[in-house]
Design a protein around this ligand. Structure first.
Ligand code: NAP
Length: 489
């Protein structure tokens, strides 16, 4: 099955921060892949902007290099790349200065879809919004795309929302959480709401608990100083894990419509309970030094801050106080330098009400695992009889489905999250973008948790690189008579 390409209207896309890491690694290669897929209209144009002095030719060279580095060799076709870069232009602009805006105005058409991607530090969002407006560049339907982090607490998120709202209506603002652009994440909604099978069981009567894991093998590397001001809670839980939790926990929206979906997600966030200190475990990966002076840096060294109390790992038990979920905990964990790179959601069902087998030997709970990476797919663990003459012994077997295999050729050719989301912006579809009130509600939940450990001065527990995280995280589950799933690829 080859993935269907939905045509989009003619557009001008301006990328502020076009020389930066995100633009070079994700946005520009992604746009090239969409061009290859035939999704870019004939006269669509992409305009790069940043402070660096450069002409169009210089920018085209930069984009060619980005394609060389970040697009799979099988998709690098000289003729196609020539055609793609012919749509590019560049304007040197300082977001906080007055130069360059006239040139941008000359380039951006008023009678096509306008999209402005703010791939710059959030401290510049306000300046960009203000100048796009005061220079009469953005029309009343223009869309702006803003990157994470969206604030570092409720106050900063509110301030950012207020700044953007001065010049753009909520329907024009696209807050990116690239997790929502992942195919499997969208599949969560399809699995839940396009099948009758799961929904009747989708509540605390039948579900014992949910585990959401996002594990990385890399450390914070060169981003240590940035990460030290953020930590796993701000960087991952408040946004990405929260979005996954919402998609699992939300009520069926009345329609697959941006505001209907986001209304339901918001209700989940509002029903999230405060998390007591005992239900949180924070960790920092440890380094080690060899006798010859060489070694591997730990988080403290990567952050270049010997007294840092920032977490590179967090596990917590979250509870949703509503009719559907009361009594079913959601265990969340995410961290760096863990055993394997994997993201998954595991839904563990309860025991059958009565066992008809004398000895329930071998019995295990049903578990539905939705894998986000690697090898996106679903796996449902069910009980069957162990083959052979040994009587009625039970054994758990997986009903396993890899989306790529199930969808055949083309299943592997699904657009990357950024590609998908940028095309949604052009189409004007906000379903997979966070609304302002959603982001604020998520901070409203996260703030007291963060303030709690900051006020107490809690220090994260050390954990060895390549493990499953701090020892105490195991206890978080053990004391509830449960255990984490193994972190493995
Ligand atoms: P980056 O590599 O530091 O790039 C920043 C870009 O902004 C550069 O093109 C820079 O070019 C431009 N810039 C800086 N100051 C400017 C100014 N005053 N006026 C106009 N342009 C200016 O950062 P990045 O990693 O690409 O990140 C961009 C945004 O995406 C940030 O909000 C970040 O948090 C977010 N993000 C990034 C990633 C990622 O993987 N990189 C992931 C998630 C979110 P000049 O120096 O030439 O001006």
């Amino acid at each position: 099955m080859v993935s269907r390409v939905i045509p989009v209207d003619e557009f001008d896309l301006v990328i502020f921060g076009a020389t930066g890491d995100l633009a070079r690694r994700k946005i520009l290669p992604g746009l090239y892949r969409r061009f290859l897929a035939g999704q870019m209209p004939e006269n669509a144009r992409i305009i790069g902007a940043a402070r660096s002095e450069m002409d169009d030719a210089g920018f085209k060279t930069l984009v060619r290099e980005a394609i060389d580095e970040f697009v799979d060799k099988s998709k690098r076709d000289a003729e196609q790349i020539d055609s793609f870069v012919s749509r590019l232009a560049y304007v040197p602009i300082d977001a906080t200065g007055e130069g360059g805006w006239d040139s941008l105005k000359q380039l951006v058409r008023q009678d096509v879809v306008q999209a402005f991607y703010f791939s710059v530090a959030p401290s510049l969002f306000g300046a960009l919004a203000e100048r796009l407006h005061s220079n009469n560049i953005a029309n009343s339907l223009a869309r702006i795309v803003v990157e994470k982090p969206f604030g570092r607490d409720l106050a900063t998120a509110k301030a950012l929302n207020a700044t953007l709202a001065e010049h753009f209506h909520e329907t024009q603002i696209y807050r990116i959480d690239h997790y929502l652009g992942k195919e499997t994440v969208q599949n969560l909604m399809a699995v839940r709401f396009a099948n009758i099978l799961f929904e009747p069981l989708w509540n605390s009567q039948y579900i014992d608990h949910v585990q959401i894991t996002v594990a990385e093998t890399v450390g914070v590397g060169g981003r240590g100083a940035y990460y030290d001001r953020s930590g796993a809670m701000r960087d991952m839980v408040q946004n990405h894990l929260m979005q996954l939790l919402c998609l699992i926990a939300m009520e069926p929206p009345y329609h697959f419509d941006p505001n209907a979906v986001r209304d339901e997600k918001l209700k989940v966030i509002r029903a999230l309970q405060p998390v007591p200190a005992d239900d949180i475990v924070r960790g920092q990966y440890l380094g080690h030094k060899r006798s010859d002076g060489t070694g591997v840096p730990g988080f403290v060294e990567d952050a270049e801050n010997p007294t840092t109390k920032t977490e590179s790992y967090i596990a917590m038990k979250a509870e949703i106080a509503n009719w559907r979920w009361k009594g079913t905990p959601f265990y969340l964990r995410t961290g760096k330098k863990l055993r394997a790179r994997t993201s998954e959601i595991a839904i563990t069902f309860k025991e059958p009400p009565h066992s008809i087998f004398d000895a329930a030997e071998g019995w295990r709970e049903n578990v539905l695992v939705i894998r986000l990476q690697p090898n996106e797919g679903m796996n449902l663990k069910v009980m069957i009889k162990e083959p052979g003459p040994g009587g009625m012994r039970l054994v758990q077997v997986p009903l396993d489905m890899s989306f790529a295999e199930a969808l055949g050729e083309g299943g592997t050719d699904i657009p990357d999250a950024y590609e998908r989301l940028i095309m949604d912006v052009i189409r004007g579809d906000q379903t997979l973008f966070m609304r302002g009130d959603e982001v604020e509600a998520a901070w409203e939940w996260a703030d007291p948790i963060i303030n709690g450990w900051e006020t107490r001065g809690d220090k994260p527990q050390g954990y060895d690189a390549g493990t499953s995280g701090p020892e105490d995280a195991l206890m978080l589950m053990h004391r509830d008579g449960r255990r984490w799933r193994e972190i493995k690829e």
